[in-house]
Write a protein that binds this ligand. Structure first.
Ligand code: ATP
Ligand code: MN
Ligand code: MN
Length: 308
């Protein structure tokens, strides 16, 4: 039996009936995280991660021999998938290959059983494939960029989204950068969302050319931050909030409150080992209002504001 938890919720915690084979298989040797440890982590954060990974196509990073072994980035279903994993057909293509999704905790634990160490969802759900329910601005610092500058970039993205009438939330990537995420009421379609995010990134690069670049070909410029808006295209993905990363130390992409941004919390500060404790001691998720803060992207809203 599971020991009683601090701050135990009144409702029974979710449990999965999916059976793990080789639960002691080590996925992150340096952090000592096993397959069972990963399943326990996801069971713990399930209520927090569920809205971001259910009912949407998923790209998956699989590492059958853990983070030090071979890695496979998969967008399509493979043979022998657990029945808790839900196959999808993209309504816009005649593609014969199935896309992958999950509906519940069993689906998530089935991904753990399949050695999925990173979960990268689409920004739209199966309820409205063409209409994203979030925008993701991915801030990629080049060599030599200090963390304070990445924080400033996130705050500027937040301000520019606010100018367009959108709320914004921030998370560590679990890698090198930050992600600023704006919840949307699904209304505008992918091409409009892409054009809006390109406009935002281009404006930052032209207003502060010493600090920002907005084109992938200039991505590796030392001292500059790439404002990567290209997550916001149909079929593109970004790592989910609370997803683990297949990198040293078992980092996770961790939702933060804006006030928490500080040099003390680097991009890989939160991990499988410390994130559940953090959530328990916070009492509430820093992204608890994510969905209720969603607004539709009103076309021309940003331009109107600029013009007065
Ligand atoms: P970092 O902070 O280190 O930049 P990140 O998750 O933002 O972490 P990026 O390299 O900026 O990483 O973004 C890569 C994105 O591209 C991922 O979010 C993923 O969804 C997508 N992607 C596309 N193809 C691949 C692939 N083969 N392997 C990993 N990610 C891929
Ligand atoms: Mn990035
Ligand atoms: Mn990127």
């Amino acid at each position: 039996e599971k020991p009683a938890r601090r701050n135990a919720p009144t409702a029974e915690p979710a449990r999965s009936s999916v059976k793990l084979t080789h639960p002691d298989r080590v996925y992150w040797p340096d952090a000592g995280v096993t397959k069972q440890g990963l399943a326990d982590y996801y069971t713990e954060v399930w209520p927090h991660i569920a809205p971001f990974i259910t009912r949407r196509p998923l790209s998956l990073l699989r590492c059958p021999n853990g983070v030090t072994g071979e890695q496979f980035f998969q967008k399509n279903a493979w043979k022998g998938l657990n029945e808790a994993i839900v196959l999808l057909d993209d309504p816009a293509t005649a593609e014969v290959e199935h896309l992958i999704s999950i509906d519940d905790l069993d689906g998530l634990i089935a991904l753990v059983q399949s050695a999925v160490l990173e979960i990268h969802p689409w920004g739209s759900t199966v309820d409205a494939w063409e209409k994203p329910d979030m925008i993701i601005m991915d801030l990629d610092p080049g060599e030599g960029v200090g963390w304070e500058r990445v924080i400033e970039a996130a705050q500027e993205v937040r301000q520019r989204l606010a100018d367009a009438g959108l709320a914004a939330f921030v998370k560590t990537s679990g890698g090198k950068g930050l992600h600023v995420v704006a919840p949307l009421k699904p209304k505008a379609e992918w091409p409009e969302i892409k054009a809006f995010t390109k406009g935002l990134a281009d404006a930052m690069a032209s207003d502060s050319p010493d600090h920002y670049v907005a084109t992938i070909t200039k991505a590796k410029r030392p001292g500059k931050i790439l404002i990567d808006y290209l997550r916001n295209q149909r079929g593109q993905t970004a790592v989910a909030p609370y997803s683990t990363r297949a990198r040293a130390g078992a980092p996770v992409s961790a939702p933060l409150a804006w006030e928490e941004l500080s040099p003390a919390i680097g991009p890989a500060y939160f991990t499988v080992l410390n994130l559940p404790t953090r959530l328990a001691s916070l009492g509430s998720d820093p992204w608890a209002d994510f969905r209720t803060a969603a607004k539709p992207l009103e076309l021309g809203a940003a331009a109107k504001k600029k013009g007065g």
